[in-house]
Each structure stands twice: as C-alpha cells, then as structure tokens.
Design a protein around this ligand. Structure first.
Ligand SMILES: Cc1ncc(COP(=O)(O)O)c(C=O)c1O
Length: 295
C-alpha cells in the first residue's frame, strides 16, 4: 500500500530508482516556471498497466508538440513504469510519468534546456467516491472554456492546459459538486476537467468531436467497445441545451474509468442500463478476463 508517493516508496528518476523524498526538482525548473511539463496517468489492473504503450506514445508525442525530446526510448519508459509498480508492491495502482525541462535555463527560451523524466506510482482505487459512482456524480458548469487549438497545444497532455481544469475543479468542489463540465471556445460541450464525456440518446452514444481537447485513451476504448456491442457512436458538435435530451451520461478517463453522471447543472440524469453495460465491459476488459472484448 502506498498512500503518499511524495514521502514513501521509490520513484524512477532519470533512469534510477530513488527514495520518494529525494525525487525533487529545483523551483527554477523551466517547466515549473513556464508550464511545460507533459505527463501521463496510467492504471494497472492485476499488475498489468492498461494500454501502457498508448500512454507512453502520448507522453512522447506531447513532448514533441512542446518542442523537446525525451532522452529515453519508449521501451525504457514502458519497463520503468512496470518497475515502479513492482518496486512499490502495487498490483492495482496508478502510475504517473512526467517529462519536463530542467533548471539549467532560467530565461524564456527553452533551447538547450535539459530534459528529465520521473515516474511515481500510488494507490488510487476510485477517482470519485464509490457511492457517488453508483448514483452518478454531480457536475456544475465551468465558466472556463477549452481553448482553440491555435491558442494552446490541446492534443498534448501538457501541464499548462490544466490551469483552467484545476481552477474549474476547485470551484466545483467548493460549491459541493464533484466536477465541472467545460465548454469549448465555440460554446460547444467539450469535456470535464480530467475526463471525456458521453451522452446516451435513444440508445446511441453521442460524444463531442475531440478537436480541441484530449482524445482520451478510455474514450477510444469506449468507442471500440460500442462497436463490438453494435451501439452506434456519433461524434458531433453538441450544444449545451441538448444535454436535457440525454437519457444517460457518463465520463471516461484513466482515473475516472467509466463514471455515470447524476446531474449537470440543473439537469438531472439517471444512470441506467447503458452506463452499467459500459462499466461492466470496461471492468472485464481492464481485468483481462474478457476474450470477446479485446480492443
Ligand atoms: C483533460 C482530460 N481529458 C480527458 C482525459 C481522459 O484521457 P484518458 O482516457 O487517456 O485517461 C484526461 C485524463 O487523462 C484528461 O486529463
């Protein structure tokens, strides 16, 4: 059991396993000053990291978008993720790799800055409380909007993009909600602060086109499962006033897994058969129990 990964256990840091308390970064690190970290969130089920290579690929492509190269191969990072889990005695755990520019460049220009990678792991059984997961979480509306892809590198899992997410999440929780729904720069429904969103309307799945936010790995998995279940998925522009037409809705993400939504603002939804089907399919898939649902 690893409850506080900043104090207990081991962290893989630039190729070496170090004590968690020694895995430190100077406050003048370029990425800390200028929001240039890329990171991942991965879950292991029964000791197996689900879609590990896809997460590693996204870490590398995000670094590429931000203009730096990770000084390790993808194979090394994959093995390091597995090693961190094992070394910390975690079977069902959450793994957080991150890559950032170091403190050897203090100005705005990142050229020539060193690049570092670290990987931590900890227990994170459920992102939202399990009870809430059954009845559906409560979302409020965020006033922050997901930016235009020409304003920010929206397809990278980059720390700078999370500024508005953490602010939205803070306001939501302070007001007694679990999370917030964010619109995009055009006023279309986008996603929650750390998870994608699906609506069930007349037995079909409707989800916003991921053209200015992360096309989540769980989102893609849900689309694949829907294909195997012959459930039509419609990726389209969704206006906020269409939420009232939904029969069910749920969030998807590595941390959130499949989380039913009970309300969005003053619109109430009832988690039903379709949510339950996807929760059960996703659980079968991640546990490696399902032969028919290999996606
Ligand atoms: C903003 C945001 N959107 C969506 C997702 C879902 O992505 P994934 O399913 O790859 O975890 C995440 C989680 O990483 C996220 O932080």
């Amino acid at each position: 059991m690893l409850k506080d990964p900043t104090k207990v256990g081991k962290i893989w840091f630039d190729g070496k396993m170090v004590d968690a308390a020694d895995a430190n970064v100077h406050f003048l690190a370029h990425s800390l000053q200028y929001a240039g970290t890329v990171f991942e969130g991965e879950r292991s089920y029964g000791g197996q990291l689900f879609k590990l290579r896809k997460h590693t690929e996204r870490l590398f492509s995000g670094a590429d978008v931000l203009g730096f190269s990770i000084p390790f191969s993808m194979d090394v990072i994959d093995r390091a993720c597995q090693q961190v889990l094992k070394t910390n005695g975690l079977v069902d755990g959450y793994v957080r790799p991150a890559a950032w520019r170091g403190s050897d460049k203090v100005g705005l220009s990142p050229i020539g800055a060193s690049v570092h990678v670290a990987i931590a792991a900890w227990d994170w059984p459920s992102y939202f409380s399990p009870g809430k997961k059954m009845e559906g979480i409560r979302l409020t509306h965020s006033h922050w909007r997901r930016p235009d892809p020409q304003t920010a590198p929206t397809q990278a899992k980059a720390s700078g993009l999370y500024q508005i997410c953490t602010m939205s999440k803070q306001i939501a929780e302070e007001q007694g909600f679990d999370d917030a729904l964010m619109l995009d720069y055009r006023g279309l429904v986008a996603e929650a602060t750390g998870a994608n969103i699906f609506f069930v309307i007349n037995g079909k799945l409707h989800t916003p086109i991921a053209d200015c936010f992360l096309n989540g790995i769980t989102r893609q998995t849900v689309i694949d499962i829907a294909g195997l279940r012959n459930i039509e998925v419609i990726e389209r522009k969704i206006m906020p006033d269409e939420i009232a037409t939904a029969d069910e809705a749920f969030l998807t993400g590595t941390a959130a897994e499949i989380t039913p939504i009970g309300s969005i603002g003053d619109i109430y939804l009832k988690p039903g058969r379709v949510c339950q089907q996807f929760i059960s399919d996703y659980s079968e898939l991640t546990s490696g129990r399902s032969e028919s649902l290999k996606v």
